[in-house]
Design a protein around this ligand. Structure first.
Ligand code: RTP
Ligand code: MG
Length: 143
């Protein structure tokens, strides 16, 4: 297999809590130091409806309404990250959903505020990445 084929892509969001606190640069630095290539990046403000579509897998969860209100309350940075084993490695660099349980060295440990305002999103499987990447980016925007 050539090196190109070994590469994997995942989808990431720098959430509104981080954009509001002006720490997007810190998150991007941790991404680059973690060995990820940024192959797509845009700043966007989701409507409530767009947030609901993005997180539809959680529509029956008790936190769904709050989550979609949070994700649409201000701009986010949407990213496509590339690396070998990108999906699992990005989940590792993000840390546990609840920053209180996140390990040292993770983004959520360093910058997360609460179980909801946890600074970053990451695809949890290849299937999720295949839904989430084209939700935000077209082919021409991935370089
Ligand atoms: P994400 O999808 O954003 O990468 O986060 P995750 O996989 O670590 O967590 P998930 O279970 O998929 O939950 C999605 C997002 O919903 C918010 N949440 N709030 N109030 C709560 O109990 C609660 N639980 C989850 C968080 O913003 C979480 O990242
Ligand atoms: Mg998730």
């Amino acid at each position: 297999m050539n090196p190109e084929e070994a590469m994997e892509r995942t989808f990431a969001i720098i959430k509104p809590d981080a954009v509001e606190r002006n720490v997007t640069g810190k998150v991007l630095a941790m991404i680059e130091e973690g060995g990820f290539k940024i192959v797509g990046m845009k700043k966007i403000r989701l409507s409530k409806c767009q947030a609901e579509g993005f997180y539809y897998v959680h529509k029956e969860r008790p936190f769904f309404g709050d989550l979609c209100a949070f994700m649409s309350r201000g701009p986010v940075i949407a990213l496509v990250l590339e690396k070998e084993n990108a999906i699992a490695d990005w989940r590792g660099l993000m840390g546990a959903t609840n920053p209180a349980n996140a390990e040292e060295g993770t983004i959520r440990k360093a910058l997360g505020v609460s179980i909801e305002e946890n600074t970053v999103h990451g695809s949890d499987s290849p299937e999720s990445a295949s839904y989430e990447i084209p939700y935000f980016f077209n082919q021409l925007e991935l370089v």
